[in-house]
Design a protein around this ligand. Structure first.
Ligand code: AMP
Length: 299
């Protein structure tokens, strides 16, 4: 099996009530790929400027990530700035400088076209169509999106739901996109638009899998010290899809286990600024935390 991730590789400026970090490496594609690399060898499609650190590319490659789909262009790398309040679930986007990302015309290298799982991370929804046209019958297509795209290209985001199997979103985005205040009703409305599964991420409250005929809930790992919540959603998707790519089965049981691995990877992502913690993870760290999640809900 193979997992192809199309997403942003970015510089993030992050402000929490205690600390401000300028231009650290982030991006939906970066977080997702690093999380998925705990399970499989993901392939990444993205765009960076000449200012993107070579050291980070080497570190990603060392974790088995195939970067053949990442192109470097003259200009600056995408830059996003976010601010968190005392409640880490509340985030404000201060600025989004698309830079070279505005010219992103993603191309799947030939070895990427037979992807079994294609993940359209947080990218311009108008890029989905051209990307899907390059892929040869993926078994599972998933997408995510962020408030920025829902607010600027709402119709396109809605339309794209009709082409995917799994939609990852946080609870606020599900309600915003559906125009419904009740989360379950909002989720049902989005399911009607196409996907067979919606993965609703609820920050410190865990996640909910909403299918047409099943619902599954998972707690987030209790954490007293959330250092930087950025990338939790992308890491969740990376753990979820990386695990599915490894087990090669799309059954209800595996979706549930994938949700636990997604939560495991999100719990690591928030322990450090940027992708630092994900870069140092070993298999035993992941399995030990999986067991912790199991004991959290067994009674
Ligand atoms: P998350 O915290 O998982 O929702 O995702 C945060 C990541 O998404 C950050 O590392 C950003 O670089 C990236 N990001 C923020 N806005 C956008 C956007 N409009 N398009 C693509 N990626 C974005």
């Amino acid at each position: 099996m193979s997992l192809v991730i199309v997403g942003s590789l970015a510089f993030d400026t992050i402000e929490t009530p205690l600390v401000r970090r300028e231009r650290i490496v982030g991006g939906s594609g970066t977080y997702c790929a690093l999380a998925a690399s705990a399970f499989t060898k993901p392939k990444v499609v993205g765009i960076i400027g000449r200012d993107f650190p070579r050291k980070m590319l080497s570190a990603m490659a060392a974790r088995g990530i195939d970067l053949a789909g990442v192109s470097m262009k003259a200009g600056k790398t995408f830059h996003w700035e976010g601010r968190y309040g005392t409640d880490p679930n509340q985030r404000t986007t201060v600025r989004t400088d698309l830079n070279v990302f505005a010219r992103f015309k993603p191309v799947l290298p030939p070895s990427f076209r037979s992807a079994d799982i294609l993940y359209l991370a947080n990218i311009d929804p108008d890029l989905h169509g051209p990307l899907l046209a390059q892929a040869r019958k993926p078994k599972l297509v998933a997408m995510d999106t962020i408030r920025f795209w829902i607010e600027t290209k709402r119709e396109a985001v809605f339309r794209e739901l009709g082409r995917v199997d799994v939609y990852f979103a946080n609870d606020e985005e599900v309600k915003l996109l559906a125009g419904e205040a009740n989360l379950i009703r909002a989720g049902r409305k989005l399911l009607e638009a196409g996907p067979s599964l919606i993965v609703v991420k609820k920050g410190e409250h865990g996640a909910l899998l909403l299918g047409r005929d099943f619902v599954f809930g998972i707690l987030a790992r209790p954490c007293e010290d959330v250092v930087d919540p950025t990338g939790a959603g992308d890491s969740f998707a990376g753990g979820f899809l990386g695990y599915l790519d490894r087990v090669r089965r799309f059954t209800g049981r595996e979706f549930r286990r994938a949700a636990v691995y997604g939560s495991v990877m999100a719990s690591f992502a928030i322990e450090s600024f940027g992708v630092e913690r994900l870069l140092s993870l070993g298999e035993e760290d992941v399995e030990a935390r999986f067991r912790e999640f199991k004991s959290l809900v067994s009674f």
